[in-house]
Design a binder for this molecule. Structure first.
Ligand code: CUA
Length: 321
């Protein structure tokens, strides 16, 4: 959905995992390998025993009725109860320890608020900056996300960091991570949340300290940009691109190509001609007038875009003839 591309997940990883960038994720990987290897050994063992018994107790001419060889064997029954019990308790203890480490963020973590909605991720930073579809953080700094949803259940997943947590309406869930290096990494939604679920992607942009400070300053300004250019920037960085095309193709929402000056048929049977006020209303109160043939799924951008950005979007749409 974003113009910013994340690095390919499997380019630097192992056969099983993408590159690990969060030191606390080491335990997750080790536990996976432990369970995986145990499962393989058990699989081989069970198959071996099955074939061994097949051979040993094969029905032959001289042995028409299979004899009951064993009725009870204390040692055997105790061992196949106690050994797996020890194994699962060990896995539980190990997993619980990792769960606690991943649940409790260090006290000096930078807190970023996350709002998920169909179908985008919105991030709000300590200094009031907001981004959509792109989470920008400094490197080597613990980041704590405080997440909620405006509609259905979503799930925030960073494969490179081995962290994933549900994002639920009317409550907050938390997650933390810290990046070992700079780069652009994939964010997924991993809870099926409707039509646009597979497009509900994002990019985690990890910057070094200097670049982060510079980004903090420039991100929400755009003050010296011409309106139509700012509009294009808003289109790509604030999530419009997820649902609106600029080439005439139909996505979740109407295309922006040739939009300005056209006449829209609405779901209530009325018609409306597309001019500045209608576009403004569609951005701040998207449900007020819904174009026939589309679902009323657009989230409001009221409070997300400032006045200049709304004007910029209008000017950008005018240019897309
Ligand atoms: Cu949000 Cu899937």
């Amino acid at each position: 959905m974003n113009t910013l591309k994340a690095e390919s997940l499997m380019s630097k990883g192992s056969f099983w995992f993408p590159e690990l960038l969060f030191s606390s994720g080491v335990q997750t990987d080790r536990l996976f390998y432990f369970i995986f290897i145990c499962s393989c050994l058990m699989f081989v063992g069970i198959i071996f025993v099955v074939f061994y018994f097949l051979k040993k107790y094969k029905k032959t001419q001289s042995n028409q009725v299979a004899e009951l060889q064993l009725t009870h064997h204390h040692l055997l029954e105790l061992s196949w109860t106690i050994i797996p019990l020890i194994l699962v308790l060990f896995v539980f203890g190990w997993g619980f320890k990792g769960f606690l480490t991943l649940s409790v963020a260090p006290s000096d973590a930078m807190e970023i608020h996350v709002v998920a909605k169909k179908w985008l991720w919105q991030f709000e930073y300590p200094n009031g900056n907001k981004t959509i579809g792109e989470l920008v953080v400094p490197v080597h700094k613990p980041i704590k996300l405080i997440m909620t949803s405006e509609d259905v259940i979503h799930s925030f997943y960073l494969p490179n960091f081995r962290v994933k947590r549900d994002v639920v309406p009317n409550r907050y869930t938390r997650l933390w991570f810290e990046s070992k290096r700079v780069g652009n990494f994939q964010i997924f939604c991993t809870e099926f949340c409707g039509d646009g679920h597979s497009d509900m992607l994002g990019v985690l942009r990890v910057l070094d300290d200097k670049a982060y400070v510079a980004w903090e300053k420039e991100v929400n300004s755009g003050a010296d940009m011409p309106l139509d250019q700012l509009g294009e920037k808003v289109y790509t960085t604030k999530g419009c691109i997820t649902c609106h095309s600029i080439d005439g193709s139909v996505k979740t929402g109407p295309t922006w190509k040739g939009l300005f000056g056209s006449v829209h048929k609405l779901t209530n049977g009325q018609s409306v001609s597309v001019e500045e006020n209608y576009i403004r209303e569609s951005i701040t109160a998207p449900q007020a007038k819904v174009v026939a043939g589309f679902q009323p799924v657009m989230p409001t951008y009221s409070g997300v875009l400032n006045d200049r950005e709304i004007v910029a979007v209008i000017e950008y749409i005018k240019k897309l003839k």
